[in-house]
Design a protein around this ligand. Structure first.
Ligand SMILES: [Zn+2]
Length: 179
């Protein structure tokens, strides 16, 4: 049961009135935009989505997502695993203008088609719940400062005087030549 694949899309005309519940997995590799943000594209996202109509006859999706993602630590740039969990509540509307006036507890999801692409909903929510930056829990900076020292000793400092930065000695030379 846990390995049921989430369908690519559902019929937006029926699924809300049916009060359907879908529960299963979607492979990370199927979420191309999310794949661009992570260091590895293996693994699955656990998904639960409940479709319903609320008291105002709005089409509501209540969902929950869980996955482990590989990202790069922004301190040492080595891969690390993060746990992503999200709970969301969306109101499916047929146009941008219909998303105005929704209660704050509901985020709009615009679906102009009869096909509601479930994978896109999942992908968008995953991207939204990703931390902007991630750092290892352990003190990986020690390793980094060691590497920086090593690079300096290997003459990387010399490269800094290259094309990117003007060499102050060149300016002195120009002044001298003018004399
Ligand atoms: Zn790190």
């Amino acid at each position: 049961m846990e390995d049921t694949l989430i369908p690519d899309y559902v019929d937006a005309r029926k699924i809300f009135a049916q009060q359907a519940l879908i529960k299963g997995i979607i492979p990370v590799s199927r979420l191309s935009r999310f794949c661009e943000l992570v260091a590895a594209t293996q693994g699955d996202v656990q998904v639960t989505m409940k479709f319903d109509l609320d008291e105002s006859n709005r089409r509501i999706i209540e969902g929950e997502l869980d996955t482990q993602a590989q990202v790069l630590c922004q301190r040492c740039l080595e891969p690390m695993e993060i746990t992503l969990h999200d709970e969301f509540r969306l109101a499916v509307v047929s146009s941008e203008s219909k998303s105005e006036g929704l209660p704050k507890s509901l985020d709009p999801w615009i679906c102009e088609d009869i096909k509601l692409v479930v994978a896109e909903v999942i992908e968008e929510q995953l991207i939204l719940c990703m931390p902007i930056v991630s750092y290892h829990d352990h003190d990986c900076i020690e390793k980094l400062s060691f590497e920086a020292t090593e690079a300096k000793e290997n003459g990387t400092a010399k490269a800094a005087n290259g094309a990117n930065k003007p060499n102050p000695f060149d300016i002195l030379k120009t002044l001298k030549d003018k004399d």
